[in-house]
Design a protein around this ligand. Structure first.
Ligand SMILES: [Fe+2]
Length: 426
């Protein structure tokens, strides 16, 4: 901290000595001394002419230094406080950390992620190019980086795979394991490398294809949870397969029960509850080398309190994959639009899944999912409770759902404007 302070003081002094205001002060001071020590005071015009005539050397020095200042500063260097969020401004000087490592080179256009990084390292002041007219702070046209991911494309392809598989099962055909494995080889790396999977899920999911999309969405959420609990990549792949196939047994349930718009009667419920067993038989026939996949599909509706189905297992006997899939299953169901109810907004979904956790879901896994949901990073799009859309500018470590955001026409600190809240990550 001491090094930071002395560096800051040195920078302030350098800035002062090379600023045009400093030289302007010297000129005024010189005028003042010259006029006051050489009376008469009533003949200022003569004195000024005399001053100009006899002060050529001083003028040359001042003019030269001032020109150097302009030349060195390029487009007029200006110290600016980071709290003023100079997004879109161009950095005028390199920024180093206390150990002399380059953090940001000059001429970089400042992005929210740069500011976040500098603020995390306790930087308070930076130098930007002041009169770069092309880089005035903008609110309307500022372009944020869009996360590059193929997840939406791979998602659609995975939906097609699961649709084909279930159609083949319904038609009595034998399905190939390689189709599932090929899909998994494509989707798992994309899930791992995509920070905001909600953006993809919200963009792609439509009501029509719920059964198939639900399978892929559960796969995406389950793998994300697995990643959050540091599961090795090989296991993430097995977990992904189990999650993708968790409801494959529904292909053996009569369509009129699956597509029934209203609540099921007791007989239909009994039939529906057979789908984990049917599913485990189908997956068993695929002969995956990892037998845990069969177990995970069989146990995905077991509850921690032993009141699940089909085996009524207690919490400690439920396979970890099944516990993750159960959380992903419930979370996707409550955040999806259905014909009989609108989807839950993200904050409401967190409350709902917290309620579901009691007795049903694994609380540790649920907490990891919630932590991932709350990990809102700068640059993300969010929707407010007013319906307004915004971009996250700075994260808030103490209150993750209350970051600094930017709407179309202003910055909003959600930690201060408490009546506003984030309803959804987009
Ligand atoms: Fe299920």
């Amino acid at each position: 901290m001491e090094i930071d302070q002395s560096t800051e003081n040195l920078e302030m002094l350098t800035n002062l000595l090379t600023s045009r205001y400093f030289f302007t002060c010297i000129i005024i001071f010189y005028f003042f001394i010259h006029l006051t020590v050489h009376p008469p005071y009533d003949c200022y015009l003569v004195k000024i002419c005399s001053f100009i005539q006899h002060s050529n050397n001083l003028f040359v020095i001042i003019f030269y230094s001032w020109s150097l200042t302009f030349w060195e500063d390029g487009d007029n260097l200006k110290a600016i406080d980071l709290s003023s969020l100079p997004i879109g401004k161009v950095l005028a000087r390199d920024i180093y950390d206390a150990e002399g490592r380059l953090l940001l080179p000059k001429n970089v256009m400042l992005k929210p992620s740069h500011l976040q990084h500098l603020l995390n390292l306790n930087h308070k002041t930076i130098y930007v190019i002041e009169n770069d007219h092309n880089n005035q702070p903008r609110t309307q046209d500022f372009k944020y980086e869009q996360e590059e991911t193929l997840l939406p494309v791979v998602f659609v392809s995975a939906v097609e795979t699961i649709r084909n598989l279930m159609c083949q099962i319904i038609d009595g055909h034998i399905i190939k394991r390689s189709e599932v494995e090929d899909t998994m080889d494509l989707i798992v790396p994309e899930i791992i490398h995509t920070n905001n999977v909600w953006h993809c899920l919200n963009k792609i999911r439509v009501q029509d294809d719920y059964t198939f999309q639900h399978s892929v969405s559960v796969c995406v959420i389950a793998v994300k949870i697995g990643q959050a609990i540091d599961m090795p990549e090989g296991q993430l792949r097995q977990l992904g397969i189990a999650a993708l196939l968790h409801d494959v047994g529904k292909a053996k349930i009569p369509t009129e029960i699956i597509k029934k718009p209203g609540p099921l009667n007791p007989v239909e419920i009994r039939e529906m509850r057979k789908h984990p067993l049917y599913g485990s038989q189908i997956v068993n026939d695929l002969s995956f080398p990892d037998r845990d996949i069969v177990t995970a599909v069989l146990q995905h509706h077991e509850y921690a309190d032993g009141r699940g189905y089909p085996l009524q297992l207690s919490a400690e006997n439920i396979h970890p994959y099944s516990r993750i899939i159960a959380v992903a299953d419930v979370f996707d169901a409550i955040t999806s639009e259905r014909y009989y109810r609108p989807r839950f907004a993200l904050l409401n979904a967190i409350e709902e899944i917290t309620r579901e956790t009691c007795g049903h879901l694994d609380p540790i896994i649920t907490r990891r999912l919630i932590r991932y949901i709350l990990n809102i990073v700068p640059g993300e799009k969010v929707q407010l409770n007013t319906g307004e859309r915004a971009r996250v500018i700075l994260a808030n470590e103490k209150e993750p759902m209350r970051p600094l955001i930017q709407t179309a026409d202003r910055f909003i600190d959600l930690s201060e404007e408490r009546e506003l809240s984030i309803e959804n990550r987009l």
